[in-house]
Design a protein around this ligand. Structure first.
Ligand SMILES: [Ca+2]
Ligand SMILES: [Ca+2]
Ligand SMILES: [Ca+2]
Ligand SMILES: [Ca+2]
Length: 209
């Protein structure tokens, strides 16, 4: 009991004396967490409550108080919580969901509109390397799926197998061309997209240092 009381007393004294505090090259967040001093006012929320970015000079401030870089405005990424930085932009390409994206994001292999509008399924995009386009639809399949020996339908209506020199009885519909497969594709795309955003943020951060 005596030991517990002493330990508790030591903690109270340490806090009262400001120990442990932050080092000379550190900044203390309002919750007491220390971060590197040069993370203060660097346009990134490093403290849990964003206190390192509150009292900073700022050229472009979101209505929510967040400070953003000039080139974050109308860059296709929503940086302000209310989308202020992406409102009233001249739009190269507007997704049906209202999002504005730069023209070089269309047909770049990333799903940027919520309904995949900017991808090969919707736009007349060229198919990337090692893939070919299905006749009359915007769908790319790997070259090896074109006229494959098993006769599997990879394009809608089996158009990838329609003019191949093989017996018609070997034609069979692929069980891979299903909604289930489309869903797993979408799931992968969302993960890729999250990864893209993270990389984009890291890129910005390194370039702003
Ligand atoms: Ca910061
Ligand atoms: Ca933005
Ligand atoms: Ca895209
Ligand atoms: Ca095929």
């Amino acid at each position: 009991m005596l030991k517990v009381t002493f330990t508790l007393l030591s903690v109270i004294v340490a806090v009262a004396l400001g120990q442990p505090g932050c080092g000379p090259d550190e900044y203390m967040c309002s919750d007491g967490i220390c971060i590197p001093a040069n993370w203060e006012c660097d346009r990134w929320d490093d403290c849990a409550d964003g206190s390192d970015e509150v009292n900073c000079a700022c050229e472009h401030r979101c209505p929510d108080g967040k400070c953003i870089e000039e080139n974050w405005i109308c860059d296709g990424w929503t940086d302000c919580s209310d989308g202020w930085d992406e409102a009233n932009c001249t739009c190269d390409f507007q997704c049906p969901d209202g999002r504005c994206i730069p023209s070089h994001w269309v047909c770049d292999g990333w799903n940027d509109c919520s309904d995949s509008w900017d991808t090969v399924d919707e736009q007349d995009c060229p198919c990337p390397g090692e893939t070919v386009k299905c006749p009359n639809v915007n769908k790319c399949i790997p070259i090896w799926q074109w006229c494959d020996a098993d006769g599997i339908w990879d394009c809608p209506e089996g158009t990838d197998q329609a003019n191949c020199t093989m017996p018609s009885h070997s034609m069979k519909k692929s069980n891979t061309f299903t909604h289930h497969d489309d869903e797993s594709l979408n799931k992968l795309t969302k993960e890729d997209q999250a990864q893209r955003k993270r990389l984009n943020q890291m890129y910005r951060r390194f370039n702003s240092q």
